[in-house]
Write a new protein. Sequence first.
Length: 288
Amino acid sequence: MKKIIHYYFCGLAMGAADIVPGISGGTIAFILGVYYKLLLAIQAFNLQFARQLLSGHFRAAFKQIPWLFLLPLGAGIACSIFGLARTIIYLLETYPTAVWLFFFGLIVSSLVIVARTIPFKGLNNILPFLIGFGFAWGLIGLDAISVEPSLPVYFASAFVAVCALLLPGISGASILVLLGQYQHVIKAVATLDWTVLIVFLSGCVCGALTFARVVSAFLTRFPISGTSLMLGLMLGSLRAVWPWQADGYPVLPQTMDATLAPALLCCLLGIVVPIVLHLISKRVQKPE
């Protein structure tokens, strides 16, 4: 029961991150120690599962799925997205500097936590790290495209966004912003437009089932290079959450007003939260 509750709260944290452009639910999953478990759980929906399902062997098909992990995690993600969408949008509109600095601290702290999990192997670390950093930095700097929303567009956007979500450092919400669909999807969540939501969820499922295998195979074969690539992606993603921008590039604040001190405290809180969550996660998942 303790682990089920833990997975639910992991889902809550991942869902909250997924709403905001700039921070990835995959990053949260990584620091909470459920990232690899999530990849394996998604891969359980394989050809064997499909064959058993189509042949009427429902019990055998569903037995291979880790429901005690996926159900509480999925419930947490759903509750967070549907319960926090309006709140986070309100906070971003009312206290933008404080919210963005909170996420900035969150990513910086997460970066350090992940970096401590891998040994240094020279070019095996440096080259993929630089590639990941350059890709994320450049991707975030792209101008949003204008695409008229439609059901096929929602499906395709979800497919691409969930692939990004499975990579720590790349925000699925940021991908939706670049595709010009973020506001439409958030509105669908807030108003419970089930037609859009079902099509969007279908795209997410198809993208996750496809991309999880790619990521898992890459990380299994190249664990150090793969994790270093993720670190680069996370560092590059800081461009999206830095609150002071000029022509799309991060700059230092031009004025010091009364809101700066509380915002810096939010940044400190963002640094502390992943450390606390990481320690709690390690304690919960410790073999009894």
